[in-house]
Design a protein around this ligand. Structure first.
Ligand SMILES: NC(=O)c1ccc[n+]([C@@H]2O[C@H](COP(=O)([O-])OP(=O)(O)OC[C@H]3O[C@@H](n4cnc5c(N)ncnc54)[C@H](O)[C@@H]3O)[C@@H](O)[C@H]2O)c1
Length: 383
């Protein structure tokens, strides 16, 4: 593949009124590396075509369904066909759509949680390996430069041996039964069939991946309290988990969507034998690090003191804030590098620093294990 040409992007989901589809489109186009050429943007054919038109997609490539899109794109000559598809539909559709496009040899960028079950995740990972395609999962918080710096500090031993990992994602937007008031995003997120899991899947998956990405430690076993506060809601909206990690560290994870007044308060603290770091998504341009000396450092983005991965994840000079869109674009940029290198296969995520299908599979396992622990009397449950 020529290094400089724009990649041809397709999208499933992200139609009029959708939330994250527009963020994916912005992320893909942030560095002028991709151009949206095709899509099945909605569950109804008319709305899908109207959304495509509004996005500047040619009429003959704004498809009525993702099945039609796959058939028609696959039949196009290689120099016209989409290079990759972004999957931004409700969770229950991730598996069939991702499996079908991967099977056709098309690279995939899929939102989280990857799929509903570990069996599906394994099937997908095997297929990705067999087709040698690139598969990224948009755990976008790992795209922040100071999260990459945090990972660098932990893995280079600056904190000493990691002992305690505390991660939380607090939201308050589901404090009331919004799903009963015609709120589209709340409706599918609180429907077990479409969402798979509630707060633990929607935001707990981000928290788990953030802790794993920064520390390199994986949860070995956990003990969960899974609760639903809002009457009539059929899915968890508040989850607290005790964690034991494979390196001996202990910790906690909280994922709650009923923390009244909280917005998108994802936060991580890591303590080692030599020091501590703290990062918060709502103040993403500062990383706080302190040591036994009692002095607290504030690392900021956009300067030469940072590690390569953090420097490469920054576009603006220091002092101009970067945030959600840029971090999202970093996942895309690193996945694009793998697509361009035509690397494919499961090693691509490791080499190119983006969350891949294996990371997605670990996330699915974490959600499953948390729900199993919550439902059991035994409580401590191995991953
Ligand atoms: N990474 C993040 O930070 C982040 C943030 C929000 C959502 N998400 C994930 O992104 C996905 C979408 O979430 P959202 O909040 O944008 O949902 P949304 O309800 O706003 O959008 C979903 C879109 O999918 C479309 N759709 C539904 N069925 C379809 C079908 N059969 N074919 C084509 N399109 C179809 C809907 O019409 C809509 O346009 C979810 O998996 C969610 O977990 C991730």
């Amino acid at each position: 593949m020529s290094d400089s040409r724009q990649l041809r992007m397709g999208m499933v989901g992200g139609g009029e009124g959708a939330f994250i589809g527009a963020v994916h489109r912005a992320a893909a186009r942030f560095d002028d590396e991709a151009c949206l050429v095709a899509g099945a943007f909605s569950s109804t054919a008319d709305k899908s075509r109207a959304s495509g038109r509004a996005l500047g997609v040619a009429d003959d490539r704004a498809y009525g369904s993702w099945e039609e899109m796959l058939a028609r794109e696959s039949a196009l000559p290689e120099h016209e066909r989409i290079d990759f598809v972004s999957i931004v539909v409700p969770n229950h559709l991730h598996f069939p759509v991702a499996r079908a496009f991967t099977d056709a040899g098309i690279h995939v960028i899929c939102d989280k949680p990857l799929v509903h079950t570990s069996a599906e995740a394994r099937q997908l990972a095997d297929l990705v390996a067999a087709r040698r395609t690139v598969f990224a999962v948009t755990y976008n918080y790992s795209g922040y430069p100071l999260v990459k710096q945090a990972r660098h500090l932990v893995t280079s031993g600056a904190l000493g041996d990691v002992r305690k990992i505390v991660v939380a994602y607090y939201q308050g937007w589901l404090t009331t039964a919004l799903e009963e008031q015609g709120h589209k995003q709340a409706a599918w997120r609180t429907d077990p069939e479409r969402a798979g899991a509630g707060a633990i899947g929607d935001i707990g998956s981000h928290a788990e991946q953030l802790a794993r990405y920064v520390t390199g430690s994986r949860v070995r076993e956990l003990c969960a309290d899974v609760h639903t506060f809002v009457p009539g809601r059929r899915i968890d909206d508040d989850v607290s988990v005790l964690l034991r990690f494979d390196n001996g560290a202990r910790g906690t994870l909280v994922a709650s969507q009923v923390c009244t007044g909280s917005e998108n308060d994802l936060q991580l603290s890591v303590w080692g034998t030599q020091g501590r770091l703290r990062w918060r998504q709502e103040e993403p341009n500062a990383l706080l690090v302190s040591s036994t000396s009692g002095v607290e450092q504030i690392w900021r983005r956009g300067n030469d003191a940072l590690c390569d991965a953090a420097r490469n994840a920054t576009r603006l000079p220091p002092g101009h804030p970067e945030a959600f869109h840029e971090a999202f674009a970093n996942v895309y940029r690193n996945a694009f590098a793998a697509i361009r290198a035509d690397a494919g296969g499961l090693d691509a995520g490791r080499t190119y620093d983006f969350p891949d299908v294996q990371d997605g599979a670990v996330g699915v396992r974490f959600i499953e294990t948390t729900l199993a622990s919550g439902a059991s009397d035994r409580k401590w449950t191995p991953m």
